[in-house]
Design a binder for this molecule. Structure first.
Ligand SMILES: *[C@@H]1O[C@H](CO)[C@@H](O)[C@H](O)[C@H]1NC(C)=O
Length: 343
């Protein structure tokens, strides 16, 4: 049990590594024949019949089985290597001789990107005596850890990009200055090295960018409560919140005919315009004011508004010189006509 748990954990680590660098590891060590293709291990075609597979296995087993090696007077080293090779051959045979595992393995080869699914199927079969709940527990844990790490990676990449980008960097610098956090270089203490100063500057800029990003919502720092495990645990709470919201909505607005609160108006505007609350927060004050002024929480008003915006966009395209040139070119026959003009 402990051993299988270890295998489980080591594969989790490998899956995580592979996710970030898929090209370098299509096949996952620790699953089936590891990084080798089981068909190659047995030296058979992927369409080989059951008989051919058994024959290939018997042939290789006779070469690598420790007993045979010993019988032929192989050295300790040869026997040691033979054991490993024999183990690999046996694993390949185990995988391919059974139609069901072979189908699963073929699927794994064709869809290496579906690692959760492949992983789940492999371990379920590998540990048939293990309670399916344990397998599910492990799989959900893998997904949760994976989610958190991959969100963290993309968050860090985004922040890193902004720290390096002069536009965001300058904005952050201005912010630091306005808060009195920025110390001019010449006023810095002398004993600090250049690298220290650069590091301090980067840290300050980074912290300001992170804070601003959090406010704008687009690049929120990953939250533990968003990972699958927490979502499952919090499910009853979400269900409760869902019903509470809809029932009180029904009560307040449909039955009691109350006036919409400001918050609920925004909720409806977002719904009518098909945007997320985050996107609403990022709208300019002018846009927000226009939406509220035109009472877009009323569906018919929102429809008129959306139509107007679409017409506006169309008119803008019609007057765009680039689009005009494109249309002229299309009228002349578009990409279907060979021309030799320098148009
Ligand atoms: C309904 O009204 C109550 C009390 O005025 C308020 O607390 C609740 O948030 C409202 N529900 C909705 C969905 O706006």
């Amino acid at each position: 049990m402990l051993a299988s748990y270890f295998v489980h954990i080591s594969s989790v680590v490998v899956i995580l590594l592979c996710t970030f660098d898929l090209a370098s590891c299509q096949l996952i060590p620790g699953m089936y024949c590891g990084e080798e293709n089981c068909y190659n291990v047995l030296d058979v075609d992927s369409s080989a019949s059951k008989g051919e597979i058994s024959k290939a296995y018997r042939k290789l087993a006779r070469i690598y089985h420790p007993d045979y090696l010993r019988g032929r007077g192989g050295s300790e080293k040869e026997i040691e290597e033979g054991v490993l090779k024999f183990h690999q051959v046996a694993t390949a045979y185990e995988t391919l001789r059974n139609t069901q595992t072979r189908d699963e393995y073929d699927y794994y080869l064709q869809h290496p990107e579906e690692y959760y699914y492949n992983y789940y199927r492999y371990y379920k079969r590998k540990m048939p005596n293990v309670d399916v709940r344990v397998v599910l527990f492990g799989t959900v844990t893998v997904i949760s850890v994976f989610q958190y790490i991959s969100w963290m990676t993309s968050y860090n990449t985004a922040i890193q990009y902004m720290v390096q980008n002069s536009k965001y960097r300058n904005a952050a610098k201005e912010e630091a200055k306005s808060r009195g956090l920025w110390v001019e270089k010449r006023k810095q203490k002398k004993f600090k090295t250049k690298e220290d100063l650069k590091q301090e500057e980067d840290d300050l800029i980074r912290s300001i960018i992170e804070e601003k990003m959090d406010i704008r919502g687009g690049y929120q720092k990953p939250e533990y409560s968003d990972v699958l495990w927490m979502q499952i645990i919090l499910l009853p709470y979400y269900i409760y919140k869902f019903f509470k919201f809809h029932i009180s909505w029904l009560y307040n607005y449909t039955i009691m005919k109350k006036e919409f609160t400001e918050e609920d108006k925004i909720y409806l505007v977002c719904k009518n315009l098909g945007i997320k609350p985050v996107a609403w927060d990022m709208q300019s004050d002018k846009n927000k004011y226009e939406c509220m002024n035109r009472e877009l929480w009323i569906t018919s008003n929102a429809k008129v508004y959306i139509h107007e915006k679409q017409e506006e966009a169309k008119a803008k395209m019609a007057n765009d010189p680039r689009m005009k040139r494109y249309r002229r070119w299309m009228n002349k026959g578009g990409p279907g006509r060979l021309t030799f003009d320098d148009d």
